[in-house]
Write a protein that binds this ligand. Structure first.
Ligand code: FES
Length: 122
């Protein structure tokens, strides 16, 4: 199983193919996710310290391009864990009622993912 390290939280073994947002919610990363994982709010943003996926969904790419954030951060609701990752959560959830929102609501990537390769960072 891949190892997920969440900065200032800890390291955890997680099932391969799990959505990163789900793993962050499950293991105390406390990410914000206002649009419930639909690539609309950018609140679930993370910085990859290591293990950034080489592919992203078209929805993520469009949103990051729109925000002029391509290459700056990734949307955890659009990333699947396929290998070891080390991330920093950039926006924490401050509302306790959403803190406990069920990861099962977020199980699948929405909208249905169309994967594209990322351009290399300069
Ligand atoms: S939860 Fe809104 S973009 Fe990921």
């Amino acid at each position: 199983m891949p190892k997920l390290t969440i900065e200032n939280v800890g390291s955890f073994e997680v099932p391969k193919g799990l959505k990163l947002l789900n793993a962050l919610v499950e293991h105390g990363g406390n990410p914000r996710y206002s649009c419930d994982g639909k690539a609309k709010c950018c609140d679930c943003r993370v910085e990859f310290i290591d293990g950034e996926p080489k592919k992203m969904t078209k929805a993520e790419r469009a949103k990051l391009k729109d925000k002029d954030a391509l290459g700056k951060y990734r949307l955890s609701c659009q990333c699947l864990i396929k290998k070891d990752m080390h991330v920093r959560v950039l926006k924490s959830n401050t509302k306790s009622k959403k803190k406990k929102k069920h990861a099962d609501l977020l199980e699948k990537i929405k909208p249905k993912p169309l994967w594209v390769k990322m351009k290399k960072k300069k």
